[in-house]
Ligand binder design. Sequence first.
Ligand code: SAH
Length: 342
Amino acid sequence: MKLDIKSCVPDEIAGLMKQWGQPRFRADQVFSWMHSGCESFGDMTNLPAALRRKLEEECCLTCPSILRKQVSEKDGTVKYLWKLGDGNSVESVVMKYRYGYTICISTQVGCRMGCMFCASTLGGLVRCLEPSEMLDQVLFAQKDMGIRISNIVLMGIGEPLDNFDSVLRFLQLVNSPQGLQIGMRHISLSTCGLVEKVDKLAEYNLQLTLSVSLHAPDDETRSRIMPVNRRYGVDEVLAACSRYFEKTGRRISYEYAMIRDVNDTDRHAKLLAEKLKGTGAHVNLIRLNHVEERGLTPSTPQQIERFTRILQDGGVAVTLRRRLGSDIDASCGQLRRKTENN
Ligand code: SAH
């Protein structure tokens, strides 16, 4: 097995160069070539030929190919379907906002959390992504579009905290001064609420935004739509979020997909407001994206408005997520599936 060198942090590459009798600055060169989207060791032209050969012998350089690229005619959102080294595929979505480009990346091939409304979980989990494979989504989207990405959200296919070590390493890589230098405050990580992992993440005290997919304020409703709730109930998740806030000082953002007659009644809104009031948290309402296989219906705009007002009156900050790329199925929970079936 060759070493997946793009998953290595600068110190590890420095260690490797030392072992090979190379000067320290070679490590920086290799690192910055990789992080600028270089596709082969042979292209690293400022390295001595012997080092390039050694790298080729000992290491592999991941490089996904674009299986499919779709550009939204409505808002310019771009969706990529990447083919990975082993033939699996994952998607990323690039969105343009006033402040720059944001990429939504996948962290696993498939997902094992089983949320009722989500298409990513329909085929179960195939495998976790390597740090290099998460990084490649950013590098090669940038390269293909000729842009610089300023924000990253870990909200694509997969449960990031179910791939904890690789995700953490990925964060370290994109944050690195010799690499993309994307600050933690420009990164959001979305989780269905794996309590032990939320606590573990808090230990690192990163300044990223933690988004928690809550989708219901009570166990009965949440267990119906999110099987993970049978392991970690609503109050346990909320308690872990308070601990996270205490430890990191970062306010939690809760995602709430509005599903007609399932989690969108006035009763749900009141209970949600009661539970979140005074926590400094923020609720991000999402219109449910219709997933054919799931048979759930999005809430009406009127009910979303009522729900919003009840939360606001209850003292909770709330926003409705903008829908970008809806004409290319770029929205939450819809990634990968269609192409895999076609
Ligand atoms: N596994 C992580 C991140 C991936 S999903 C998590 O659960 O948070 C990103 C967000 O999209 C989550 O909030 C998820 O619940 C939501 N989502 C999934 N399917 C959706 C759908 N059909 N409509 C609206 N939001 C959906």
